[in-house]
Design a protein around this ligand. Structure first.
Ligand SMILES: C[S@@+](CC[C@H](N)C(=O)[O-])C[C@H]1O[C@@H](n2cnc3c(N)ncnc32)[C@H](O)[C@@H]1O
Length: 264
């Protein structure tokens, strides 16, 4: 059964969600390691940054590359990224159909689990497109949620969490409780409306994990599943990196993993 992923697109395009991404000015320890490992393909190279959101990764790549293009499939994300980085080539485009020539890039990034928001059946198209636009020997790096991190509970369960009360500031506490209650009501409604569409397999799951008030289907995969998909798409996995920047073993249960892959 295929899932109505229009809910994902509505979530990424909503002004509230765009606003939560706008203030981000950092890269993660895993991404620091990725930059180090891949620097020869980034500095002076041709870089494609997929799923840029509001442009968090732009300052860490664009100033060093010979050419830099960033894309996101949601117009409000691209508009916010352009406001922050007006002189960069930032466009609205879908990772499943990249508007770039074969072999154009030395480095392609899809950061912060962005690949996990398309239906898993569409995932091979993204791997295929990244392969097509990379030159031979180019690197494709992306992170994805790790199914091993969820143990036996792949299917998400709704759990309301009320904000903590700070009694020294009763007025603020009351406002926080009201906001928290409203958020929980929205989350509960989203969960009840969408939960029956979740898909859970032993190697891949597409589930509501609570992100953005249960308004996102998120793909979780095992490392073995992803390695097979990458081999099929024509990539050699060079490294798998945990969020803290350490190399991941085969049985890593880190929440998400960065895959660093060379185009054969
Ligand atoms: C978790 S957010 C990360 C945003 C940004 N990379 C960051 O780290 O702050 C995932 C982003 O991927 C984008 N995205 C998801 N599927 C996409 C697709 N098929 N093509 C292009 N962008 C996509 C979403 O619109 C969203 O902006």
């Amino acid at each position: 059964m295929s899932i109505d992923v229009a809910v994902n697109e509505r979530t990424w395009n909503s002004p509230e969600v765009v606003a939560t991404y706008t203030a981000r000015r950092y890269i993660t320890p895993a991404e620091v390691r990725v930059l180090g490992t891949c620097w020869s393909k980034i500095a002076g190279g041709k870089v494609l940054d997929i799923g840029i959101g509001t442009g968090r990764t732009v300052p860490f790549l664009a100033p060093f590359a010979a050419s830099y293009s960033g894309i996101d499939y949601m117009p409000n994300m691209v508009a916010a990224a352009r406001r922050q980085h007006p002189n960069r080539d930032l466009r609205q485009a879908d990772a499943r159909e990249l508007p770039f020539a074969d072999g154009e890039f030395s480095f392609v990034l899809f950061s912060f689990n962005g690949i996990d928001y398309v239906d898993p059946d569409h995932r091979p198209r993204i791997l295929g497109e990244a392969h097509r636009v990379l030159a031979r020997g180019g690197l494709f790096v992306y992170s994805t949620h790790n199914l091993a991190a969820r143990g036996g509970d792949a299917r998400s369960r709704f759990a309301a969490s009320l904000p903590q009360l700070h009694v020294s500031r009763p007025a603020r506490a009351a406002a926080a409780v009201v906001r928290g209650l409203a958020a929980n009501v929205r989350a509960y409604r989203n969960f009840r409306k969408l939960e029956h569409q979740q898909r859970v397999g032993s190697d891949v799951a597409f589930i509501l994990d609570g992100a953005h008030e249960y308004s996102l289907f998120t793909c979780y995969v095992t490392q073995a599943y992803e390695r097979r998909a990458l081999a099929t798409a024509g990539f050699t996995v060079r490294d798998v990196i945990e969020p803290d920047g350490r190399l991941a073993g085969d049985s890593s249960s880190a929440r998400d993993l960065y895959f660093v892959n060379e185009r054969a």
